[in-house]
Design a protein around this ligand. Structure first.
Ligand SMILES: Nc1ncnc2c1ncn2[C@@H]1O[C@H](COP(=O)(O)OP(=O)(O)OP(=O)(O)O)[C@@H](O)[C@H]1O
Ligand SMILES: Nc1ncnc2c1ncn2[C@@H]1O[C@H](COP(=O)(O)OP(=O)(O)OP(=O)(O)O)[C@@H](O)[C@H]1O
Ligand SMILES: [Mg+2]
Ligand SMILES: [Mg+2]
Lengths: 568, 568
């Protein structure tokens, strides 16, 4: 007979750590560096702080041969993390602050915890986290992971005074710097190219420092969170949006009653029914929605808090104007009529039925105006005034399908995106490649499945470029992608181009840089190394590359002419 | 200020369903078919039942254009699932029966639930599961998923009488058969090639039936679970193995006391101390280990159950022969001496200290004999008689490192693997390709990171093979892999071969079949479409392929000679 088990998500990623990029000491050292550096840059971006990131890798024993234990430390000048969040942020898998619809490097709530996990299972050492959000007081934690339970174990916790804001995280893990070193230096180098406003210092095991100072002094605007676009919608998402905007009658338990008392400022007092109603109507504008609903219910029941705590609301039948409750004292069910003339009647019905479809569309989605909403309801064959709380399952599916298929919604709002920009990209490529020819382009915003994205590309040719043939540098949300290029959409697009048509030989010293930014990058793997070939993304990359290739062709032919001239 | 959230694993895979192969209606329909068919075959394999799997895909509305809702049903004649496990098996992510170290198609505890999730978010319909483990009574469940909480919602549950054993699962999901159809038919076709003892019937949306009857009538032996091999070991795994084989003093709380009472058969009685000890010594051989430890503790404390429930054991200091406990009644800490002459003394010390290192190595790992264990302890610089419960963290890390590096362990035991075998592979390839030349080879067992694996390969040339150039069929644990060949280790090996050296033109009608079976396939993605290029696997595939290529070269040159002869 089969024996069944439930495993926690940390247990899942422990067993299958290859999926997250922790397959061997070489790759793990690289991935751990990435995860911590990307966290530091995300934090600074979000807080509008010019990042200053310090990364050091030190062998525990220099004499030992690779693979061997290393101490990896990443320090930043970012906003740090509040003390109460630190154990969970680093000690729990699927816990983080980047689950909203916003452009960021992180998205899974896994990265840092996986690096710490890998360190722990190879050296048994705890992670040391030091965080100072205000630059005055610093919390220092030593944490171990309970991998089976997905919980942190706090080994130590101190606070002390400091003079610098920021976060530092330090782990001891088994790595292989002799094999990973080149890739790590590439990563630092390329991060600097795509994040020209960041200063990065890397101290390697030999004590050698690689210092990348910022090339530009202005920060891009921090990415902002946006409302969803209708094309990204499935039935589950719609249900949840409706659950937010229209809710069931809240459970009137002791916790709820406490909340009502608190909002009415009646924490200690036990007023009678009419006094409560008077208080409520005075404070009405400031009351939260749940409390308003409870007050409305109380207005029909004509009960004070004491009596309210002795019943349980069972049913609200709007159509028949009946409210049913279970009386614990009497052990029986009671039904009362709801007076539709009561000022509280509307409050109750609106809560159960929710807002109209038109209001739902225009308020909860980005860029849907009144006219478009009306046009859509006609397309979907749904009444504009339909109360969303009263929609059947069938109607929900019809709504979700129609939202996907309707073609007249405006394309997604790209103002939430933070692309690099043509100027900074050009400057960065100029500094890094010192080419004879350099051209960049930023495509207009586009979208896949309702997620806005922008593709930026650059081509550099000749000059100090040493490599032979096309070398492709891929970036996504300002992260350099250095592995698995064989199954990345960018390589697919680059390889489909016949470069000879643009007067470029196949062994030409050519560099192609590609950067995609989006509120959600469609990575193929948890290790975030390659991007899926969504048709919309592929199309944007192709158009960008063809534009740049034509510019290069013009340059090549001019140069060809110039050389012909020289020969004469 | 950042707002932190914890998401459940089902929420994680809902948001990132691309990772599991559910990126669009075409791919999702394919992946859903795979997940259910692979579950059916795993279940039959495990129970030693010749599989008979029925798969049907029916459009809800034939007139509608793709993508549109389909009803996907997979029925098998397997052992079914017991009623109490069904909601969790299908309604919870990371819940399953395949987490042990055994060869199986499934390994994540995700597949079926993901298919059901995708169906639910595109059509809002529940999954219907019918299971009859005994062929007489069948449980039928309708389930929905609570994606945010990772829990099933039981919509319906009936039982009825039936006459056939097996399980059937049916979902309604949005798919695109016009695009996925070819891949699905390939999948069924290739599954039949690699599972020649299975009968598979596929009924497509047009009602057309593809019937693959079994080619061989004997089942391979069911895969067996094995002990771990030392090379697959990290510190976390060692800790857990030790926690099983040597435990701390169990917590003596009310639950524990209940357990002791139960095992002594004293559920109702409140015997005094000496009566309890007498009962215990009578029943000693049948007592579980935890209970024995508690009895031993009680023998030193000289307490009955009543008194025992009023204290908390704080420390067991074996070296100084002291037991310390907190007395709740007196609110003070009490220390008593442990009499080393007592018959229970040995019981306690063995529990705290655990078994010897030699015993741990020979009992808990596969294929470590006494002599190898002694040789290893010398290599690791640890005493053979060291009690594992007394090892420091440093020593644990040293043990784990040494287990990885020691070169004289026997290679892993492959008897737990179930390869296809040269005969069935040859038969299958003969039937499917009807070639002029056919050669297969099964390599001996090898291992990567302590996981045993066997590579089997076959080459077919000419005859009825229509395709031009090398067509590669990849299989892993009897699953056909039809996507992402670009980043699979098999393609890497095939492309590195210079076929002209073996007298094979690049446009030759050549088919290469590769099958890897292991207790753990190192997939690169949760969608199980490509295998990572672990060096040991790459090497085995390369040696197999070179062997087959040489055989083909011999055939080609003989054929070359024969044609030369003809011309004369
Ligand atoms: N250097 C840092 N400064 C401030 N906050 C940080 C820093 N590093 C991590 N965090 C916080 O800890 C959380 C967890 O980090 P973790 O890397 O595990 O997940 P993530 O970055 O959200 O997602 P991903 O797995 O994609 O990296 C982050 O969401 C962030 O809020
Ligand atoms: N047709 C079936 N017959 C018997 N048991 C089944 C069947 N289908 C699923 N199960 C049981 O349900 C469990 C969960 O299945 P699920 O596909 O979600 O995970 P898995 O097969 O264990 O792993 P994976 O995610 O890799 O497929 C399985 O472990 C198995 O015990
Ligand atoms: Mg992160
Ligand atoms: Mg499965």
């Amino acid at each position: 007979k089969e024996s069944f088990n439930q495993i926690s998500p940390s247990e899942f990623f422990y067993r299958n750590r290859d999926l997250a990029g922790f397959s061997n000491p070489t790759r793990s050292l690289y991935t751990a560096v990435r995860e911590f550096v990307e966290n530091a840059l995300d934090a600074c971006d979000q807080a509008g702080i010019l990042p200053d990131v310090y990364l050091s890798i030190k062998a525990v024993d220099d004499e030992q041969a690779d693979p061997k234990p290393y101490i990896l430390t990443v320090k930043d000048n970012g906003p740090g993390i509040d003390s109460k969040h630190i154990p969970l942020a680093f000690g729990t898998v699927l816990y983080g602050s980047k689950f909203g619809l916003k452009q960021a490097r992180g998205m899974f709530g896994l990265g840092a915890t996986m690096a710490i996990l890998y360190g722990q299972i190879t050296t048994n050492k705890p992670v040391v986290v030091k965080s100072s959000p205000d630059g005055q007081s610093q919390d220092e934690y030593e944490l171990l992971l309970d991998i089976q339970k997905n919980k942190p174990i706090i080994v130590k916790h101190n606070t002390k005074e400091v003079s610098k804001r920021g976060l530092s995280v330090s782990i001891c893990l088994e790595g292989d710097y002799s094999k990973a070193g080149a890739k790590i230096r590439d990563y630092v180098y390329q991060t600097s190219l795509i994040t020209p406003y960041a200063t990065i210092t890397f101290e390697d095991p030999k004590g050698e420092k690689f210092h990348q100072t910022k090339i530009v002094k202005t920060m891009p605007l921090p990415p902002t969170i946006i409302k969803p676009h209708p094309h990204g919608i499935d039935v589950e998402t719609i249900r949840r949006m409706m659950a937010d905007s229209h809710f069931q009658i809240p459970t009137v338990d002791n916790k709820m009653i406490e909340k009502v008392r608190k909002e009415l400022g009646l924490k200690k007092n036990n007023l009678n029914y009419s006094e409560i109603m008077e208080k409520a109507s005075k404070r009405w504008p400031g009351l939260s929605r749940h409390v308003r609903v409870v007050i409305a219910v109380m207005s029909f029941l004509k009960m004070d808090f004491e009596k309210l705590s002795k019943i349980r609301i069972d049913d609200m039948d709007i159509a028949n104007k009946i409210l049913a409750y279970w009386d614990f004292g009497e052990s029986k069910s009671v039904s009362i009529d709801l007076d539709p003339e009561s000022e509280y009647y509307k409050q109750l019905t609106n809560t159960v039925q929710g807002e109209t479809l038109i209001s739902f569309l225009t308020k909860r989605f980005q860029r849907i105006g009144q006219a478009t909403a009306v046009k859509f309801t006609a397309f979907a064959n749904l009444k504009p005034e339909k109360r969303i709380g009263t929609m059947t399952n069938q109607e929900l599916v019809k709504l979700s399908d129609s939202l996907q298929k309707f073609e007249d919604f405006l394309s997604p709002d790209p103002s939430c995106l933070a692309p690099l920009g043509e100027e900074p990209l050009k400057k960065g490529m100029e500094q890094f490649f010192k080419p004879d020819f350099l051209e960049v382009v930023q495509r207009g915003a586009s979208a896949y499945s309702g997620f806005p994205f922008i593709a930026e590309m650059g081509i550099a040719y000749g000059g100090e470029i040493k490599s032979v043939g096309q070398t492709v540098y891929r970036f996504a949300n300002r992260i350099p992608l250095l592995y698995d290029e064989g199954s990345d959409v960018v390589l697919k697009v680059v390889n489909e181009i016949d470069w000879t048509r643009y007067k470029v030989k196949n062994d030409a010293p050519l560099v192609i840089v590609s950067h995609i930014c989006s509120t959600r990058i469609p990575y193929k793997t948890v290790g975030k190394e390659n991007v899926a070939d969504r048709p919309e993304i592929e199309r944007e990359l192709r158009l960008a590359l063809q534009f740049l290739a034509r510019k290069l062709a013009t340059f090549m032919s001019k140069r060809g002419h110039a050389e012909m001239e020289k020969k004469r």
